[in-house]
Design a protein around this ligand. Structure first.
Ligand code: HEC
Ligand code: HEC
Length: 200
């Protein structure tokens, strides 16, 4: 495994702890949405949850997800590069500015804990697959995401399994490079990786 991205530890030892430790304070438990998207935000909660915990079983956490990543997903779902019968109709009539405002709003909220823990048996399988697929190289050491790279740590396990298999089998076509990483893995290994990320 590569530790090239274990930035936070080395920065802490460099005495930059204040900057690092204060970063999570930016995430909000509650935050009033701008009036122009307030009604829409209420509709999102029907599946993505009132407090960030998804209420629909295969809906992802969007509270605290990366802003640019979320905008790109809404844009791609609208354009059909990523097919979702559920999200498709929701973004169909949204313009770019509205999608950007939604992404900005949800990115500022605090990522919730779903309290999931990875089954022991998955850990060696997933760690080997993560090295082979170089996941931490892009998703950062802690799998927390950055800009266009989504956070995976603590994501809804059912969603992760579904979207990773969608990527593997090109049902989700907006990230072919990521999908290619799963092509040589068995479905069971992909599921192990999903359970590993969900428990991080
Ligand atoms: C009827 C349920 C439902 C509603 C309402 C809904 N979503 Fe979703 N959303 C989903 C599901 C399910 C997915 C996963 C789709 C897939 O499997 O590809 C998703 C995916 C997403 C994603 C992609 C996240 C990722 O990690 O790739 C974003 C962003 C998103 N929704 C934002 C919103 C916003 C903003 C609203 C309100 C305007 C909203 N959703 C309303 C069910 C819903
Ligand atoms: C070269 C950089 C890179 C590598 C290596 C990489 N990813 Fe990603 N990953 C991305 C980017 C960028 C996206 C966003 C794609 C998009 O815009 O749809 C992504 C998206 C994902 C998603 C979708 C998340 C969501 O919310 O829908 C999952 C799951 C994922 N990656 C898992 C992995 C795993 C597991 C590995 C290792 C086997 C891996 N990735 C390796 C860059 C990478």
């Amino acid at each position: 495994m590569s530790f090239r991205f274990s930035v936070p530890n080395s920065m802490l030892t460099l005495g930059l702890s204040i900057a690092i430790l204060s970063a999570p304070a930016l995430a909000q438990d509650t935050l009033a949405p701008p009036p122009e998207i307030a009604e829409l935000v209420d509709t999102c909660k029907a599946c993505h949850g009132d407090n960030g915990v998804p209420v629909q079983e295969d809906a992802p956490i969007i509270w605290g997800q990366e802003q640019y990543y979320m905008y790109v997903q809404m844009r791609d779902i609208k354009a059909g590069r990523r097919k979702s019968e559920i999200m498709g109709p929701i973004v169909q009539d949204l313009d770019k500015d509205t999608m950007k405002a939604l992404a900005e709003y949800f990115s500022q909220l605090k990522w919730p804990s779903l309290g999931y823990s990875t089954p022991e048996a998955d850990i060696p399988v997933a760690e080997a697959a993560a090295v082979a697929g170089q996941c931490p190289q892009c998703h950062l050491g802690a799998w927390v995401g950055n800009s266009r790279v989504p956070r995976l740590a603590g994501q809804n396990v059912q969603y992760l399994e579904k979207t990773m298999l969608d990527l593997k089998y090109d049902r989700r076509k907006n990230a072919p490079d990521v999908g290619a990483l799963f092509k040589d893995m068995s479905d069971e290994d992909v599921r192990s990786l999903a359970r590993y990320a969900a428990g991080k």
